[in-house]
Design a protein around this ligand. Structure first.
Ligand SMILES: NC(=O)C1=CN([C@@H]2O[C@H](COP(=O)(O)OP(=O)(O)OC[C@H]3O[C@@H](n4cnc5c(N)ncnc54)[C@H](O)[C@@H]3O)[C@@H](O)[C@H]2O)C=CC1
Ligand SMILES: O=C(O)C(=O)[C@H](O)COP(=O)(O)O
Length: 381
């Protein structure tokens, strides 16, 4: 069996090579010629899996080691009888860590408090739910817009509101998929009319998909609010290009790495491996590698007691993941070479981080340990 796999899929050779001959490829530049003899195609979000790539090929199984599936033509796969697996939720914890590291950065550099602000979330899936629960446990007032989930069984226990209400919040965190169909398509969903609802001083975290916000309208609103709008941006409409004008006004710019924890990426490969085994009818009880998920950085770090909760949280979070590091690397590299290859270079050479849930941070003030567990750290035993 011939297996084509994206070279940025951790553990791909170790997990898949007992099933067939694994060839690692650059997913961004993958061609129909490269896949035509393959039986299995394993991709990440940068490969557009469409009829142009697969028509006439032998591929019978596609796996994407990602949460988002906007790069996959699912109706085409179904119509062609090609089995498909993705990795729902694999890096949800990593994205939640990104959100809290972003807010911590704004607190430490601009003194912006966030615990007292009303929090609005767009999308209540694996990521939105994780972020929502962390804010709730921290005692924040949180609301969420998700028209598909609002009528579900959980509707009574979750504070579902309108998009307008979410956009009036002090912190707005975007976690909807990129869609062009259905009753509530998200492509361009946050345009000029929606951005007009933002108040001065608000914070937007954009770590879903770039096309959800209209970037021109966002820059215009930033100007109207006299730059009193704080932006943490991981995803961009023109990836792998970034609009340089937008880059110049955002507080944090990262190259689509919100989900790039070590464990999140490994979980993505593992879930696709499990999907392929199911497709082939192979039992799942015997993994070819002993440690498919890194144990991470399990250690104890003492945080100095402080009255300021945001400061305690920031010191603990930044010890594990300070996203200012990713922002600095991006800006430095773009100054050296401002073209779209820089985006993929940064992603390929990403210094992976562990998830907060693999780290334990002990505060001298025991009340603060509850807060540290709420934000995602491993709780003390
Ligand atoms: N920046 C990054 O590295 C990462 C980005 N993502 C992106 O985040 C998205 C969300 O991830 P998950 O929560 O795990 O996906 P999910 O599929 O579990 O949930 C998506 C949720 O969004 C809701 N939704 C759909 N259309 C909506 C609309 N118009 N308005 C509000 N909500 C809407 C759905 O009902 C669903 O509850 C992914 O589709 C992916 O594009 C995911 C992982 C990493
Ligand atoms: O899981 C998703 O959805 C993502 O956005 C991925 O974390 C993005 O990573 P790549 O697949 O582009 O490496």
């Amino acid at each position: 069996m011939k297996i084509i796999a994206d070279e940025n899929m951790p553990n791909a050779e170790a997990l898949f090579s007992h099933l067939g001959q694994v060839t690692l490829v650059n997913g961004r530049t993958l061609t129909a010629e490269q896949v035509k003899d393959a039986d299995v195609l394993l991709v990440r979000s940068v490969t557009k899996v469409t009829s142009q790539l697969l028509a006439g090929s032998k591929v019978r199984f596609v796996g994407s080691a990602t949460i988002g599936v906007d790069h996959i033509d699912l109706p085409y796969l179904k119509h062609s009888g090609i089995d498909f697996t993705s990795a729902p939720g694999c890096n949800a914890e990593a994205v939640a860590d990104y959100v809290f590291s972003g807010l911590s950065h704004l607190f430490m550099t601009k003194g912006l408090p966030w615990l007292s602000k009303k929090i609005g979330i767009v999308g209540y899936g694996n990521v939105g739910r994780t972020v929502y629960q962390r804010f709730l446990k921290l005692g924040c007032e949180v609301c969420v817009f998700d028209p598909y989930q609002a009528s579900s069984a959980q509707a009574n226990t979750v504070n579902f509101v309108s998009l307008a209400e979410v956009l009036s919040c002090g912190v707005i965190s975007l976690h909807a998929p990129l869609t062009n169909t259905g009753d509530y398509p998200t492509q361009g969903m946050i345009g000029a009319n929606e951005l007009a609802l933002l108040s001065a001083g608000s914070i937007i975290v954009s770590a879903g998909r770039g096309g959800v916000i209209d970037e021109e309208a966002l820059m215009q609103r930033h100007k109207e609010l006299k730059h009193d709008l704080h932006l943490i941006m991981d995803v961009w409409a023109g990836e792998p290009s970034i609009n340089p004008n937008l880059l110049s006004i955002v507080d944090i710019a990262t190259p689509h790495i919100a989900g790039y924890s070590k464990q999140g990426r490994e979980k993505g490969t593992l879930m696709v491996y499990q999907g392929l085994c199911r497709h082939l009818g192979i039992p799942l009880d015997n993994l070819p590698i002993k440690q498919p998920l890194s144990l991470g950085w399990v250690s104890t770090l003492s945080v100095k007691a402080s009255d300021c909760k945001e400061e305690v949280l920031a010191r603990a979070i930044q010890a594990v993941y300070d996203l200012a590091r990713d922002d600095a690397r991006l800006r430095f590299k773009y100054r050296e070479k401002n073209d779209s290859s820089t985006f993929d270079w940064l992603r390929k050479h990403y210094v992976e981080r562990d998830e907060l849930n693999t780290c334990q941070v002990i505060s001298l003030n025991t009340d603060q340990n509850v807060m540290l567990a709420a934000v995602g750290f491993l709780a003390p035993k």
